[in-house]
Design a protein around this ligand. Sequence first.
Ligand SMILES: NC(=O)c1ccc[n+]([C@@H]2O[C@H](COP(=O)([O-])OP(=O)(O)OC[C@H]3O[C@@H](n4cnc5c(N)ncnc54)[C@H](OP(=O)(O)O)[C@@H]3O)[C@@H](O)[C@H]2O)c1
Length: 268
Amino acid sequence: MKIAVIGCGNMGYALIRGILSGYPKLSQLDAVDAVAEIFDGFSFHEKLKKNVVLEEAIAAADVIMLAVKPADADALIRRMKPHLSKQQRIVSVMAGISTTKLASKLGVSKVVRVMPNLPAKIRKAVLCYYATAALSDAERAEVDQILSCCGKTIFVREEGLLDAATAISGTGPAYVFFLMDVMMKQARFMGFDEVQAQELVMYTLMGSSDLIYHEGVSPQTLIARVASKGGTTEAALHVLEQKAVADDIGKAIQAALARSKELGNNEA
Ligand SMILES: NC(=O)c1ccc[n+]([C@@H]2O[C@H](COP(=O)([O-])OP(=O)(O)OC[C@H]3O[C@@H](n4cnc5c(N)ncnc54)[C@H](OP(=O)(O)O)[C@@H]3O)[C@@H](O)[C@H]2O)c1
């Protein structure tokens, strides 16, 4: 399998690292970027060809991954179109650009659209994706395996759910960092130093998410388990309920959803 990654910034680089370390069927990975210096920090890998000319990478690839900013998409599409063939698969991580738009502008039919998130950098992303009907089950499974190199994949049969994924998992790391920041400030206020505060909060989050993963139960079940009658957790939860914090978080997620749809409409 020959893969080309076009755009090797934050997300492109994360995809490349994941694929190189985890995709067994890879024979060659061509990396293309507008800026040659971007490859200075890339380490050597026998299957990686850096700074390949776009047209050459496209001619060679079975799967072409697009990771440029949405604003650069139109110029890229115009350059790519004459060199594409029908059997090639396009996998786009570009936010807000529909498979219909990509397919019609590129003149191809096998298109996969992915919403990854920031932890792709350490191969712990959630990658929610939609595939057009032109991909066979085997072709989609292959793309799934490629994406799995960067984390957990979730396949959706409705493209509109990618806006929801943007609001939940794409934007999600920022919700978690926000909560961590609030907790850390309180820890500092109570007397911990900066390093201790970050460790207290970070390990609490990592331990809690590992626990829920291993036990396979709902957050509500675990909340009930830690909140003993008259205890500290109950006191904290009482304030969260009184202040309707859950409603406010819901509103924040809805705002992200609305913005994702709006950006998508502007791109259409
Ligand atoms: N970062 C995230 O967490 C995240 C999450 C979900 C989705 N995404 C999506 O991932 C995409 C990339 O985001 P990013 O943060 O990785 O952006 P980025 O760091 O700016 O990387 C994009 C790279 O593509 C290059 N480029 C632009 N036009 C090109 C062309 N025609 N041919 C080859 N290379 C070209 C850019 O060069 P220049 O700098 O010279 O323009 C830049 O080096 C976006 O569409 C975004 O929606 C990102």
